[in-house]
Design a protein around this ligand. Structure first.
Ligand code: PLP
Length: 381
């Protein structure tokens, strides 16, 4: 049986990992500055993570939400501490798309309305509601189109925001903490404050998608916390399980929930909670959020010295390095010649940098050097 051919793949078979490094089946070592789309938060094969998962699977790996699962409360207690959203409710699920699907559904249940405001270049997932608020028409099937009205507006365009929010049929605004797939653009502090105030004034549910930018990646637990505003619903995934499929929503208690509104078979299972708990404990114990901020700044300082870089976007260890020309040949040379994984985005001129938050300066500093060497050899050709 052949695999359904969904992704273009590099001919690399990774068989081993540790911290920020990967090894292929020929024992070639790679530096991982991409973490498989920003998933690896505390580092590959972290001993605390391995031990938590091993201990849990020996006891019980899975049972559904029809029984008490005290690990869920332990996870919620740890999250309330780290997220500063202690009065919110936690709903656990399995993937980023599922988190956004449930967030949009809740907003619509809550308001009784259908229209959603989303942003140009957004990416919120591939399932029915999440793909409908994603501004990438090529990933929508005919059955996804026009399920509910969505207006895509420009980030940081205040006039358009006033104009589009000036109706009473909107149930939610959904915005990424920092745009990931779209290319690392983000709302300015003043824009986000204005958006938050307008949502409060008009009773619109503000959903912030922190699936890629959350869990410490930006140098704060959530990227929107660089501004001091609060969302009504925050969606989380990727770094939450360090590779184990764990996702969730933090929900304002003003949004009333009834049994049956949301549900999941796998979400919040014992093993997923054990993985998530060890991630949160490790983020705190090893001060990885502070590390993301510090290493991100050091890297940006180094990158700023490279003249052919047009712009550096993002925050902490969620960075976009933009050139005046296509980034794909750079990405390929970094991988093939320097054995460094980086990522692409919808912006063809941008490299996406999403390393494990545990990366040290010693480990990351080879990247600007490798980049200089790639750019130099491309100029000579
Ligand atoms: C901001 C954001 N939201 C949602 C998703 C969808 O997550 P998943 O692929 O886990 O469904 C992604 C995935 O890249 C994302 O970056």
């Amino acid at each position: 049986m052949k695999m359904f051919d969904v992704y273009p793949r590099y001919p690399i078979n990774i068989v081993k990992s540790k911290g920020v490094y990967l090894w292929d089946d020929k024992d070639q070592k790679y530096l991982d500055l991409y973490g498989g789309h920003g998933v690896i938060s505390i580092g590959h094969a972290h001993p605390a993570y391995l031990s938590a998962i091993q201990k849990q699977i020996k006891k019980i790996g899975f049972y559904s939400n029809s029984i008490e699962i005290p690990l869920q409360q332990e996870f919620a207690d740890l999250l309330s501490d780290l997220s500063s959203y202690d009065s919110y409710r936690l709903f656990l699920c399995n993937s980023g798309s599922e988190a956004n699907e449930n967030a949009l559904k809740l907003a619509s249940f809550h308001s009784g309305k259908k229209k959603v405001i989303a942003f140009k270049n957004s990416f919120h997932g591939r399932t029915s509601a999440s793909v409908n608020v994603t501004n990438q028409p090529n990933i929508s099937a005919p059955i996804n189109k026009e399920q509910f009205p969505v207006d895509f507006i420009e980030l940081n365009n205040e006039i358009q925001l006033f104009d589009k929010l000036n109706t009473d049929d909107i149930c939610a605004v959904i915005i990424e903490g920092i745009q990931g797939v779209g290319g690392l653009d983000m709302a300015s502090e003043t824009y986000l404050k204005l958006l938050s105030n307008l949502c409060i004034e008009k009773g619109i549910v503000l959903i912030i998608d922190e699936i890629q930018s959350g869990f410490g990646r930006s140098g704060k637990f959530f990227a929107h916390q660089h501004t001091g505003i609060k969302a009504d619903i925050i969606t989380m995934a990727k770094g939450m399980g360090n590779g184990f499929p764990v996702a969730g929503l933090l929900i304002n208690p003003a949004i009333k929930v009834k049994h049956g509104m949301l549900g999941t078979t796998f979400g919040g299972n014992h093993l997923a909670c054990a993985a998530g708990i060890s991630v949160v404990k490790t983020l705190r114990k090893e001060k990885l959020i502070e590390n993301a901020e510090k290493i991100g700044k050091l890297l940006v300082n180094e990158l700023k010295k490279i003249p052919s870089i047009k712009q550096i976007k993002g925050k902490g260890l969620m960075l976009g390095v933009e050139f005046e020309f296509a980034a794909k040949p750079i990405l390929e040379r970094l991988l093939i010649e320097h054995h460094i994984f980086t990522g692409s985005s919808a912006n063809p001129n941008l490299l996406r940098i999403l390393p494990p938050l545990s990366i040290t300066y010693e480990e990351i500093k080879v990247f600007p050097e490798a980049l200089k060497s790639v750019l130099k050899s491309m100029k000579q050709e």
